[in-house]
Design a protein around this ligand. Structure first.
Ligand code: ZN
Length: 272
């Protein structure tokens, strides 16, 4: 083959790949969605995910379809002796997929694997201090979201989050909100928005973030956990937990924040 034909051939191959790959993925997902939701998985929802039955019927169906796709694409890996079971996979997936309802979803495209620990786990972070000396810090976490393909979760906390769905704390929602945020690069509290919503979003979230920072500094109680005052990325993740878990209170106490999250997540949990 002459170099010219080789270039044309390679270009056609590339174009074919770029155009056909999304179509192929879409078709595969449609096929997965049309499969029956296994009876055992339904039992797991009944046992571990009571909020599922409070949702409108059309959203229940959508959530089950998302769970089927999610579990066909993401790998789960157990650490510290935990064996990955359907109970773990379905309980985590059904919370992660709440954030995808009614939206054009690409199923957390950067995410490849979910690492599961039996309970809270220790991570070590290294950073240089002002003198340039490497410092190692250990932290105990119930979840962590990495920009490049991983979410790490404590099973104990993930299960508790699904069972107790009214305390405003949910580690799975928190970490997957970070994943949505990380789709546009480093997490900064600004997930992908339709451009016309950008200004309003940053105005409302900045205002609410400052308010939480003030309350946290004074030690005042707040519907939103003070951890959300750490930075805008944590504020978005903490707000997402409260939006799904304590929606009526958020609507009452933070109506503008609720309206922004309602617009973003395209669901209205206050009426479920
Ligand atoms: Zn976080």
């Amino acid at each position: 083959m002459t170099p010219f034909y080789l270039i044309v051939f390679t270009a056609l191959l590339l174009i074919g790949f770029v155009v056909l790959k999304p179509m192929w993925i879409k078709q595969r997902r449609r096929k997965v969605m049309s499969q029956a939701f296994p009876r055992e998985w339904r039992r797991i929802l009944k046992r571990n995910v009571p909020y599922f039955y409070q949702m409108p019927a059309d959203l229940q169906l959508q959530l089950k379809q998302h769970v089927l796709v999610f579990l066909s694409e993401k790998k789960f890996q157990g650490f510290e002796g935990i064996e990955i079971t359907d109970e773990i996979r379905v309980t985590i997936a059904s919370q992660a997929c709440l954030l995808l309802l009614n939206r054009k979803s690409n199923y957390y495209p950067k995410l490849k694997s979910i690492y599961v620990y039996p309970a809270a786990f220790v991570t070590r972070h290294e950073s240089k201090d002002s003198a340039g000396v490497l410092q190692s810090q250990s932290r105990v976490l119930s979840g962590e979201s990495w920009e490049l393909g991983k979410v790490i979760l404590s099973w104990k906390d993930s299960k508790h989050g699904a069972l107790v769905f009214n305390d405003g704390h949910n580690v799975v929602i928190h970490e997957f909100a970070h994943q949505l945020d990380q789709e546009t690069g480093v997490a900064n509290g600004a997930p992908f928005l339709k451009s016309k919503n950008n200004r309003c979003w940053s105005h409302v979230l900045s205002k609410e973030f400052e308010l939480l920072q003030q309350r946290a500094a004074k030690g005042e109680r707040s519907l939103l956990d003070h951890y959300g005052a750490t930075n805008p990325a944590e504020f978005f993740a903490v707000s997402s937990e409260v939006f799904f878990e304590r929606p009526t209170e958020m609507l009452k106490q933070h109506p503008q924040l609720y309206a922004q999250l309602h617009g973003y997540y395209q669901v209205n949990p206050a009426i479920w």
